[in-house]
Design a protein. Structure first.
Length: 130
């Protein structure tokens, strides 16, 4: 059965260094997908850099909506601009940062309804970070 999630009803996750909203997941009735909207603010010099995170046994697909940024995957920088998509393999340590002068907005897709058990992010209260 179809399910609509209004923007204001997405769950804010309180993850370090970004505003992450879970739009669809097992918690909303999905059987095999998690979808998140993420906004990474403009970098301020005094901000501490986030640590990379990884997912044990599933991919992450990130689509850049607006802004500019770089995804560092296993030590290699991948510059991103609006319309770009990056696919990150299971086990690859990664972190996306804003390199522009406006918020960086991303859509993040995972092929599982619950990413919590397979996600590891040092410094996060919860282990479910994109």
């Amino acid at each position: 059965m179809a399910h609509v999630t209004r923007a204001g009803n997405a769950t804010s996750l309180g993850l370090p260094g970004r505003n992450s909203f879970e739009v669809v997941s097992g918690k909303t009735g999905a059987l095999g997908v998690t979808f998140r909207l993420v906004e990474i603010p403009v970098s301020r010099g005094e901000q501490e850099a986030r640590n990379p995170h990884f997912h044990d046994d599933f991919e992450e697909c990130i689509y850049l909506l607006s802004g500019s940024g770089t995804s560092n995957v296993d030590g290699v920088d991948h510059p991103l601009e609006p319309g770009d998509t990056i696919l990150i393999a299971p086990g690859e340590r990664h972190m996306t940062r804003n390199t522009g002068d406006e918020p960086l907005r991303l859509l993040c897709f995972f092929p599982t309804a619950d990413i919590t058990p397979g996600t590891h992010e040092p410094g996060a209260e919860r282990s479910d970070a994109p």
